[in-house]
Design a protein around this ligand. Structure first.
Ligand SMILES: C[S@@+](CC[C@H](N)C(=O)[O-])C[C@H]1O[C@@H](n2cnc3c(N)ncnc32)[C@H](O)[C@@H]1O
Length: 267
């Protein structure tokens, strides 16, 4: 359903599609308080028309509709199945199928836009930023939320995790994606012509959400999206299987989400 067989991220390429949707849901719920504060800090709008690029099953759109009554939210995603799920789950928002590098909207149609955990998967960041700038009116703000695999600290490292993570990173890079995009977000925004750049960081640790939730939300994706010539299915399965045992020990994990924003210049 992705329409791009080699896409770096598509839920229908996960062995257990429903489990991935559940992971996205938990991620949206567990991080809600810190994320809302960071979104405010970087100036996500409270009123007006907001576009959520790569909205997935709509969990974040649903949260925004509930907490910011002045917002009219439109979600766009490449995946028709996720658009159908979001439409059912969030009646207060509108959802449209489309891709980030060719948004199906007229110029200046939105007062602001956001994109959460999407740009790290995109092979065409520059074109996607150009499109976001086109559909957001001059003076409107774009907010990007993303991670950076180098910002992951684990003590100890779960058995086999580093090896499989490296294979997953290489797989993603083969498809033009960038698992290290977090550190580049503000540069991308500046290069694309956005102004008044802001950045807020969200630290997510095992102390904050507990090791089992950390393993499920942050680490579990290593079970999918690894090319077999880089790590065998048995190696991947063993590493993914070790996460449960790891999370029951007195372990520590920390990762950082980068929340960056910029304003589309007035013409
Ligand atoms: C990790 S999920 C994040 C979903 C949602 N933003 C969230 O935070 O829960 C990445 C999403 O980006 C979508 N996606 C990937 N490439 C895309 C593209 N080129 N255009 C639009 N959506 C895309 C996927 O279908 C998926 O729903």
């Amino acid at each position: 359903m992705s329409g791009e067989p080699n896409a770096a991220y598509a839920v229908d390429q996960f062995r257990d599609e429903q489990a991935e949707v559940e992971r996205l849901k938990k991620q949206a719920i567990f991080l809600a308080t810190q994320e809302d504060a960071a979104l405010r800090e970087v100036g996500l709008l409270d009123d007006g028309a907001l576009l959520d690029i790569g909205c997935g099953p709509g969990f974040v759109a649903g949260r925004l509709v509930a907490s910011r009554p002045g917002l009219t939210v439109t979600g766009v995603d490449r995946d028709a199945t996720l658009i159908a799920r979001a439409t059912e789950a969030v009646p207060g928002a509108r959802f449209v199928q489309g891709v980030a590098h060719e948004l199906p909207f007229a110029d200046d149609q939105f007062d602001g836009a956001m994109s959460r955990l999407v740009f790290r998967h995109l092979p065409n960041v520059t074109a996607s930023l150009r499109e976001a700038r086109r559909v957001v009116r001059p003076g409107g703000r774009l907010v990007l939320v993303d991670t950076d695999d180098d910002a992951l600290l684990l003590h100890p490292s779960p058995a086999g995790f580093r090896e499989v993570l490296a294979a997953r990173q290489e797989t993603a890079q083969r498809r033009g994606a960038n698992p290290f995009i977090g550190r580049e977000l503000t540069t991308h925004l500046r290069t694309a012509g956005f102004e008044d750049i802001r950045l807020s960081l969200i630290n997510i640790s095992t102390v904050m959400i507990g090791a089992p939730a950390f393993a499920k939300i942050v680490l579990a994706p290593i079970a999918d999206g690894v090319d077999e010539d880089l790590a065998t299915p048995e190696t991947v399965k063993a590493a993914a299987g070790a996460l449960g045992a790891w999370s029951r020990e007195p372990v520590f994990g920390l990762t950082t989400a980068f929340v960056a924003s910029g304003v589309s210049p007035k013409v």
